[in-house]
Design a protein around this ligand. Structure first.
Ligand code: UDP
Length: 240
C-alpha cells in the first residue's frame, strides 16, 4: 500500500537511502530446482523479499466441474508466511492474497501453451518467506522459473519487477520503506523474448510522462532478471 503522508526524505544527494541509483535493482538471487518433491521449484531473493515457488503437475483437475475442455487451469496460490512481515500475518487467504493469485495466474497463463494441457490442472504455490515490498513480482519471477523447471511448455518466460515514485522521482524496484512511504508503485511482468507485457498494475498516482519512465525502468529491470532466470535454469541442468 502506498503511504499518503510525507515523512523523512527517501532520496538524499541524488541517491536512495540504501545507496541505489534510481534505475538500480536490489541484489537478486535465483535458484531453480530447490525442492525434491515438487515437479518444479525455484527460490528467488530480491533484496529483502524472499520467495519460494513450487509446481505440481500437470495433474487431473479437481474439482472436476472446474475442468476446462480446451485448456489447462493454472491453480495458483499466493501465501505470505506468518513470519514474513514485522507484524505477524494471520495465516490463510485474504482479499490481497486472492487478488495477487489471480493476476499472477493470468500473467503466466498468457505464456503457457494452455491448449496442450486441456482438461488438466497445473498447481502453483507461491510462498512469501520474507517480505520487503515487491512480493507479487518476486513471486512471478520465481513461478516462471518453477514452471520451466517442471517442464511446462511455454512460449517464453516471464520476468517481473516494479518501478514506482518516491519523493516525486521515478525509481526502479521499491524496497519496504520506499513502498510504505512512497507515492506510487507500478508492478510489471514482461515476457522479454515475445516483447509482451503480461501484468501491469498501478497503486498511487503518476503523470503520463512519469508512467512512461516507470514502464521503461521496469522493462529494463525485467530484461536483467530474465537473464538471471535463464542462468539459474542452465546451472540447474548442468548439475544433473
Ligand atoms: N505488507 C505487510 N503486511 C501485509 C501485506 C503487505 O507488511 O499483510 C508489506 C510487505 O512488505 C509487502 C508490502 O507491504 O511486500 C507491499 O505490499 P503490496 O500489497 O503493495 O504488494 P507487493 O509490493 O508485496 O507485491
Amino acid at each position: 500500500m502506498m503511504g499518503t503522508s510525507k515523512g523523512e526524505a527517501l532520496i538524499v544527494d541524488g541517491k536512495r537511502l540504501d545507496g541505489r541509483k534510481f534505475d538500480e535493482l536490489r541484489p537478486i538471487k535465483i535458484e531453480a530446482g530447490v525442492l525434491e518433491q515438487a515437479d518444479g521449484s525455484a527460490y528467488v531473493e530480491m533484496g529483502g523479499s524472499h520467495v519460494l515457488a513450487a509446481v505440481y503437475g500437470p495433474v487431473e483437475m479437481h474439482p472436476r466441474h472446474k475442468m476446462l475442455p480446451d485448456r489447462v487451469v493454472l491453480q495458483t496460490q499466493y501465501e505470505m508466511a506468518p513470519f514474513s512481515v514485522p507484524d505477524r500475518k494471520r495465516p490463510g487467504p485474504d482479499r490481497r492474497s486472492k487478488e495477487i493469485a489471480k493476476v499472477t495466474k493470468e500473467a503466466l497463463e498468457s505464456v503457457i501453451y494452455v491448449e496442450d494441457y486441456a482438461q488438466s490442472a497445473i498447481r502453483l504455490h507461491i510462498e512469501i518467506l520474507q517480505a520487503d515490498a515487491g512480493t507479487r513480482v518476486t513471486g512471478l519471477t520465481a513461478a516462471s522459473v518453477a514452471l520451466a523447471d517442471a517442464g511446462i511448455k511455454m512460449r517464453d518466460m516471464v520476468a517481473a519487477c516494479a518501478s514506482g515514485k518516491i519523493d516525486d522521482t521515478i525509481v526502479l524496484d521499491l524496497n519496504g520503506i520506499e513502498d510504505n512511504t512512497g507515492q506510487a508503485d507500478l508492478p510489471v511482468a514482461y515476457a522479454v523474448g515475445l516483447d509482451e507485457i503480461t501484468l501491469l498494475q498501478m497503486d498511487g498516482l503518476m503523470t503520463e510522462d512519469e508512467f512512461e519512465q516507470g514502464l521503461k525502468y521496469a522493462i529494463d529491470g525485467c530484461k536483467t532478471i530474465y537473464e538471471l532466470q535463464k542462468d539459474a535454469l542452465k546451472r540447474r541442468y548442468k548439475n544433473e
